[in-house]
Design a protein around this ligand. Sequence first.
Ligand code: SF4
Ligand code: SF4
Length: 107
Amino acid sequence: MAKLECHVNSCANNSNQFCCLPNIQVSGAMAFDNEQTCCSSYVSMQQASFSNAVGTCSVPNEVMPIGCQVQNCSYNAGGDCAASNVCIGGSGASRKGETSCLTFRAQ
Ligand code: SF4
Ligand code: SF4
């Protein structure tokens, strides 16, 4: 479990710098820096409006389990993130590839 802060204010799951999902997945299996990682749970406002999900993000979830594919991060413990605090960046991102895990630390 990690305390998760998220600056992706363009994501439909974001509420005041926190995420409302019960858990997230971080991608970037071959990443060697944080820019090659991303939050694969990102949902654009446009995507959310198509699925009538707009407005469902109301209760921020500050602590959650994070699944992670980034093998080269020192916090990766068999596909789970073992960091106590994680920060997802990408203010103004228009797609998941523009988000990143700022807590990434190369092994
Ligand atoms: S970008 Fe990821 S961590 Fe941030 S609010 Fe969206 S789903 Fe949650
Ligand atoms: S800190 Fe490392 S292990 Fe945790 S989510 Fe970010 S990239 Fe994955």
